[in-house]
Design a protein around this ligand. Structure first.
Ligand code: SF4
Length: 298
């Protein structure tokens, strides 16, 4: 358990609720949540657990998520709810807890507090629900449909009025693609192999996705203007070239907006212990210095 601080003078009750987190992955080697997350984050967390510091204010949404599950216990239901399941894969015990299995419709549902941009779907949701579906299959439950019940924490009524593609209400059911069970099993095995390697001391660096890399973007702007007329991502060189060509033809400028590793910069609890992030910061500092030291050109 990391050290929980209270830098913003939150009420004791909130801080204690965060500190006394009852989360328990049971007698397993890895949980579904950890399996789909970065092996490096998990390894560094295990190694430096006692030295990690987290402010209680940063755990409020996680706390709210737990509160939601407690409230839902009030609902009298004949469905299967909040059960933790276990299965052994390649010598490791995998465990996962699902929110709700509707037996009649064979639908597995998970509740999420999230931001509205996630209404388009989320790869981590797809992985999590498909692995839970696989775990349920190991226990004799057939699941045909996967759904997220998304509760948007940043929903705006005004925006919903203006933009038809924006979620039209604060809560939305989102269907999640269903993978074939054999492909899910292969995916689980791949992830377990990665986590095993990381635990054994092999360097398994975080991917761009795990670092929440925003990607470099190029914006078309008028000289002296600030507002971007158009923004493209750097994933397709042809699109970037077309934007540069358009800027030349119209006398506009192209503004390069370098991508950020959002998780490393602001959200990763182990960034202080991470060799990958420290190496990247040293590279960036060196590049900044080279640019500052470079002689000015006419
Ligand atoms: S700081 Fe970034 S690279 Fe390092 S473990 Fe955290 S997410 Fe991964």
């Amino acid at each position: 358990m990391p050290i929980i601080t209270n830098k913003h003078g939150l009420p004791d009750a909130l801080v204690r609720a965060v500190t006394n987190d009852p989360y328990n992955a049971g007698a397993s080697d890895i949980s579904v949540t950890a399996l789909i997350d970065s092996p490096q984050v998990r390894t560094l967390r295990r190694k430096h657990d006692a030295a990690i510091t987290v402010d209680a204010s940063e755990r409020m949404w996680a706390l709210t998520g737990q509160a939601l599950h407690h409230i839902l216990e009030r609902a009298e239901t004949n469905e299967l709810v909040e059960q933790r399941l276990f299965a052994t894969v390649d010598g490791w015990v995998l465990s996962g807890q699902f929110d709700r299995l509707h037996l009649g419709t064979k639908t597995l549902q998970d509740y999420k507090y999230c931001k509205t941009y996630k209404a388009k779907g989320d790869d981590a949701w797809i992985r999590q629900l498909n692995i839970l579906r696989w775990l349920l299959a190991q226990h004799g439950h057939e699941v045909e449909r996967l759904q997220i019940c998304a509760i948007f924490r940043d929903w705006s009524r005004n925006k919903a009025r203006r933009e038809p593609s924006y979620p039209q209400q604060e809560v939305q059911m989102i269907d999640v693609p269903v993978w074939p069970l054999d492909e899910t099993y292969e995916y689980i095995r791949e992830r377990i192999a990665l986590h095993k390697a990381a635990r054994a001391g092999t360097s398994v660096t975080c991917t761009d996705e795990e670092r929440w890399y925003t990607g470099t973007k190029y914006a078309l702007v008028k000289p002296g203007g600030k507002r971007a007329l158009r923004v493209v991502e750097d994933t397709d060189p042809t699109v970037v070239s077309a934007l540069i060509q358009e800027a030349k033809e119209r006398g506009y400028l192209v503004d390069e907006r370098l991508g950020e590793f959002r998780r490393c910069e602001d959200y990763c609890e182990v960034s202080a212990f991470c060799p990958q992030w420290q190496a990247m910061q040293q590279t960036l500092a060196r590049q900044d210095k080279e640019l500052a030291d470079a002689p000015a050109t006419e």
